[in-house]
Write a protein that binds this ligand. Structure first.
Ligand code: ATP
Ligand code: MG
Length: 339
């Protein structure tokens, strides 16, 4: 089984589990746009069925689904070039997800660190869906024979599980049917950290709004959040190595690098020696410069929910055209009669 036997196709998704963050933008959306613009066939999904693995208020779920779609489009995803849709409109995701529930092993699922983090001490009270989530994610990807999945660092383990599921399916049924998909985790901001705790990832569903920058935050809010971001008192060092044990400082440097399309090395070369009173306002200005036009466009799009729904519906139609023959062939391989 070679990984190059399949035509290149990019797939990735974001959960409508809250408002989009700077972590989602830098670690995912910005890189999706780059992948689309590089000319690779690309599919971007609003993975609403993943969102409901934890409780979502139905009204808020609809709003958040449209916000993620608006975030994609406002950032540069072109729904004509890329296929943009919400997962639940393509029922094949759930169907292939079930097949993969029967391929994935409990031992594999038990190793998933995200479930452990999200479940915390209360694992018994979590939904079965939250536990099975990575197997549905494998279905999201393999339903389209996607070869590359741009994701943040936190999703690496789930893409590796996707490869394990593909390999076991191919092996058990003696076929070469599913590709061994590669995670694509690159750039300076594959793990944007929480602004109040540099050991935790910035997340949409995190507890406090002060720990994240939302893509729709206004300039004052962005400035305030960076100003209050936790740091140590030392100024920025002259070398990157000196940031090794300073996670909060390193995070702000990485965010600066990603927002300015450069590297952490370059940021340190330019700002080494600066104190926080200097660097934080510069970072806030840069973030506002980058995010404000996107936020304005997001608001404009969200004022037209029917137009967003139309785009998602059209994307889902195109997605089903690719998904249907792959699911049919999967059923045939497994031995399920379709008459
Ligand atoms: P939730 O808290 O509900 O899990 P989230 O912010 O983690 O939300 P997801 O929908 O789980 O967002 O992830 C969408 C994409 O954004 C994934 O590719 C993920 O790796 C990426 N991503 C999420 N948070 C970060 C982050 N802090 N830094 C970089 N990438 C991130
Ligand atoms: Mg997440």
């Amino acid at each position: 089984m070679t990984e190059t036997a399949f035509a290149p196709r990019v797939f990735s998704g974001i959960k409508p589990s809250g408002g989009l963050t700077l972590g989602n933008y830098l670690g995912a959306i910005k890189r999706f746009v780059e992948s689309q613009n590089a000319g690779t066939e690309s599919m971007f999904c609003v993975v609403d069925m993943h969102a409901i693995t934890v409780w979502q208020d139905p009204v808020e779920l609809r709003r958040a689904t449209r916000e993620v779609a608006a975030g994609y489009i406002a950032s540069g995803i072109d729904p004509e070039r890329a296929i943009l849709f919400n997962q639940s409109q393509v029922s094949q995701h759930a169907e292939l997800g079930w097949i993969f529930n029967c391929v994935a092993r409990l031992g594999w699922m038990n190793r998933m660190t995200q479930f452990k983090e999200k479940a915390g001490k209360n694992a018994e009270k979590q939904s079965l869906g939250l536990y099975a989530y990575p197997s549905l994610m494998a279905a999201d990807i393999l339903l389209y024979h996607a070869t590359h999945v741009p994701v943040g660092e936190d999703q690496k383990q789930h893409v590796e599980l996707t490869r394990d599921i593909a390999a076991k399916f191919n092996h058990d049924y003696g076929v070469d049917f599913f590709p061994l998909t590669s995670p694509v985790i690159d750039g300076p901001a594959t793990r944007v950290m929480n602004l109040r705790d540099g050991t935790k990832k910035m997340s949409k569903s995190g507890e406090s709004d002060m720990e994240r920058i939302n893509m729709t935050d206004d300039a004052d809010t962005i400035a305030k959040k960076f100003k209050k971001a936790r740091t140590d008192p030392a100024p920025l060092p002259e070398t990157l190595e000196a940031l090794k044990d300073r996670p909060e400082a390193r995070n702000l440097v990485d965010i600066y690098a990603a927002l300015s399309d450069t590297t952490a090395e370059t940021v340190i070369a330019e700002h080494g020696g600066a104190g926080w009173g200097q660097f934080k306002p510069a970072l806030a200005d840069l973030a506002v410069e980058r995010l404000a036009p996107i936020a304005t466009e997001m608001r404009r799009l969200m004022d037209e929910p029917a137009e967003i729904d139309r785009i998602l519906g059209r994307g889902a139609e195109r997605a089903r055209e690719i998904a249907a023959p792959i699911l049919s062939r999967t059923y045939e391989i497994v031995g399920l009669i379709r008459s």
